[in-house]
Design a protein around this ligand. Structure first.
Ligand SMILES: Cc1cc2nc3c(=O)[nH]c(=O)nc-3n(C[C@H](O)[C@H](O)[C@H](O)COP(=O)(O)O)c2cc1C
Length: 182
């Protein structure tokens, strides 16, 4: 999976990345607490609102809410985490910085799927970036770009992700020029 990830694209092929593989339960436990804090801040107050809403193709469905809640409660149980890190990124103002790692991250997650492993790109730990840097011993200029828990799905079931129809998000030549699907 990491071989597949590191075949991903970076600007100028700089590959200013590192891939921290976390298996240590003590590290996972600490980061999981930070993750839960972030999840609670973002999603906790919306519980009743989201669980009472009708499922939709956009926004957070009740099922997706429960999935994120379950992940927040159990993320430390995923046997392996991968934390992709970019160098020269801690003070970056480049809005496209992530372009030099998220293509690779997607390759990692696709390779995981091919091996029957589940994964999710997560980010709720980021309010504790400084503490994470210390805990993992990251270089001062490094930024964690995601936290990807990996494990075999307990239910062994895969679903097709819900998305807006492609014709609703494709613009022909200029923004807003949409065409029906043929
Ligand atoms: C930048 C980014 C950050 C994300 N952070 C989290 C996260 O912290 N926790 C989580 O459960 N999912 C996270 N996700 C996953 C999205 O919530 C998920 O892709 C979206 O809800 C669609 O769900 P699906 O891919 O399972 O269909 C993140 C996705 C992206 C692209």
């Amino acid at each position: 999976m990491l071989d597949a990830a590191t075949r991903g694209p970076t600007g100028g092929n700089r590959q200013a990345w590192g891939w921290v593989v976390v298996t240590d339960p003590a590290i996972k436990e600490q980061v999981a607490q930070w993750y839960r804090e972030g999840w609670q801040r973002a999603y906790g107050p919306r519980r009743e609102e989201v669980l009472g809403a009708a499922p939709s193709d956009t926004g957070l469905s009740p099922a997706a809410y429960r999935a994120t809640e379950h992940l927040a409660d159990h993320i430390q149980e995923a046997p392996v985490w991968v934390i992709p890190v970019l160098r020269n990124a801690a003070d970056s103002q480049d809005p496209r910085l992530g372009a030099s790692v998220y293509g690779a991250v997607q390759q990692l997650t696709l390779a995981a799927r091919a091996h029957g492993l589940g994964s999710t790109l997560t980010s709720f730990h980021v309010a504790h970036e400084e503490e994470l840097r210390t805990l993992l011993g990251l270089p001062a200029d490094a930024l964690s770009m995601a936290l990807i828990p990996l494990g075999y799905p307990a239910r062994g079931r895969w679903a097709q992700p819900k998305r807006q129809p492609v014709e609703a998000v494709v613009h022909w030549n200029t923004w807003g020029e949409v065409r029906p699907r043929e």
